[in-house]
Design a protein around this ligand. Structure first.
Ligand code: AP5
Ligand code: MG
Length: 208
């Protein structure tokens, strides 16, 4: 099964992707994680991406689409994959339709009022696990691997505001795009805990 995870910044795409990957054994591919790994590694793609990410804007479509197209040619995607953060506008979605067969688009819906707190309170580990300060009880190490927790460079109020504007103007139209293709399923994550949100996702995936 090939899945797209759609949702605003902070909706819980990464949080749910870990749970889906664990239970359904589908590969998690996050374009944000790919860009951050490139920034850390000092590559040309990383240098280009950093200025866009810091400004809360989209990295240019051609670069992003080429990365995903290359990634989907590897053998490890054959058992199914989840795209987290791609596509992010209609251009990317149309390009994706040319090189991939998508079965389902899961749209994680959250009240925009909750997003600023969720993102600014997020702490992440280099192993991919993310937390919120409100549940960490002061811990500074990852419960999964012991790595040091840190705040993402783009998780500051000014950049988050720009990311939300980008989402509303460019990414939200994808909801209609996948609805028209009959692939859209909506999950409400406004008030539920991560486990409660995952229970809704399980209900959808178990029927596929
Ligand atoms: P990306 O890394 O994709 O960031 P994003 O879309 O802004 O989403 P986030 O990772 O911030 O949120 P999330 O939905 O994963 O939430 P999470 O699970 O962590 O992209 C970063 C940048 O890269 C973009 O701005 C852009 O510049 C560039 N980029 C990436 N893809 C691109 C593309 N296709 N084209 C062009 N540019 C691209 O959860 C957030 C917090 O909430 C955590 O603290 C978590 O613990 C908490 N939480 C999660 N679920 C719940 C819940 N149910 N209840 C309470 N708290 C919860
Ligand atoms: Mg994420």
């Amino acid at each position: 099964m090939n899945i797209i995870l759609l949702g605003a910044p902070g909706a819980g795409k990464g949080t749910q992707a870990s749970k889906i990957a664990q239970k359904y054994n589908v590969l998690h591919i996050s374009t944000g994680d790919i860009f951050r790994a490139n920034i850390k590694g000092g590559t040309e793609i990383g240098k280009l991406a950093k200025s866009y990410i810091d400004a809360g804007k989209l990295v240019p479509d051609e670069v992003t689409c080429d990365i995903v197209e290359d990634r989907l040619q590897k053998d490890d995607v054959k058992g199914g994959y989840m795209l987290d953060g791609f596509p992010r506008n209609i251009f990317q979605a149309e390009r994706l339709d040319k090189f991939a067969q998508i079965d389902l688009c899961l749209n994680i819906e959250v009240d925009e009022k909750l997003l600023m707190d969720r993102i600014c309170g997020r702490r992440v580990c280099s192993c991919g696990q993310s937390y919120h300060v409100s549940t960490l009880g002061g811990a500074t190490a990852c419960a999964k691997c012991g790595g040091a927790l840190y705040r993402r460079a783009d998780d500051n109020p000014e950049t988050v505001k720009a990311r939300l504007d980008t989402y509303n103007s460019q990414t939200a139209p994808l909801i209609g795009y996948y609805k028209a293709q009959g692939k859209l399923k909506c999950v409400k994550s406004g008030e539920g805990s991560p486990d409660e949100v995952f229970a809704q996702i399980e209900e959808i995936l178990d029927k596929q």
